[in-house]
Ligand binder design. Structure first.
Ligand code: ZN
Length: 195
């Protein structure tokens, strides 16, 4: 799957939003990728997960023993990458602030783990998941995500692959052309937005 095909798939699903958004960083943007809107369709989730699994294999990385994703954003795509690779998929979740493997999920000593997220921006949740994997005895092999907003091809010492390199311009509110035009700014996901 090429980047154009991945963007077209998510655009058709209405996941690529156009408007005037306030990102969690405080910066403003005219576009926003809401992966959950695409992933609500199991057939699209399966295609995206299969494409990430294929990309991981085609780039010559070692096959993982399992996939681990940080909840909540990485959960569905992680499951579909696990399907594509034929391995189990589990997730970490925050317990009193710490990313933790719960619910009877286990990692055998020395098992290789592919970390999966929907969107990587700072990569903080994914790094914390890598730490939880190491503490459980696993070996993080790399990171796969739908969209990479970090601008980097790796996360610390781990290779980072993505279907889409999201290079969306952002503005300080004081320099935002949409603010200058008097358009109301919204927080993505706070209410329905027409695509
Ligand atoms: Zn603005």
């Amino acid at each position: 799957m090429t980047e154009q095909q991945a963007l077209a798939l998510m655009g058709e699903a209405g996941a690529l939003l156009y408007g005037h958004f306030r990102l969690s960083s405080g910066l403003h943007s005219q576009r926003y990728l809401q992966c959950a809107v695409a992933l609500q369709h199991p057939a699209i989730a399966e295609q995206l997960g299969g494409a990430l699994a294929a990309k991981w294999s085609m780039e010559g990385h070692p096959p993982p023993d399992l996939v681990v994703s940080p909840a909540l954003g990485g959960l569905i795509i992680g499951h579909e990458v696990g399907r594509g690779l034929g391995v189990r998929a589990c997730f970490t979740e925050r317990v009193e602030g710490d990313m933790t493997l719960r619910r009877g999920f286990y990692i055998e000593p020395g098992e290789g783990v592919l970390l999966v997220e929907d969107v990587i921006t700072t990569g903080r949740s994914t790094q914390e998941t890598a730490t939880a994997v190491r503490q459980a005895g696993g070996i993080p092999l790399g990171v796969a995500c739908i969209a990479n907003r970090s601008g980097k091809p790796h996360l610390e010492d781990l290779p980072l692959l993505s279907l889409v390199q999201l290079d969306i311009p952002t503005f300080e509110p004081s320099a935002c052309p949409l603010c200058a035009a008097g358009e109301e700014v919204i927080k993505p996901g706070s209410r329905p937005v027409p695509s």
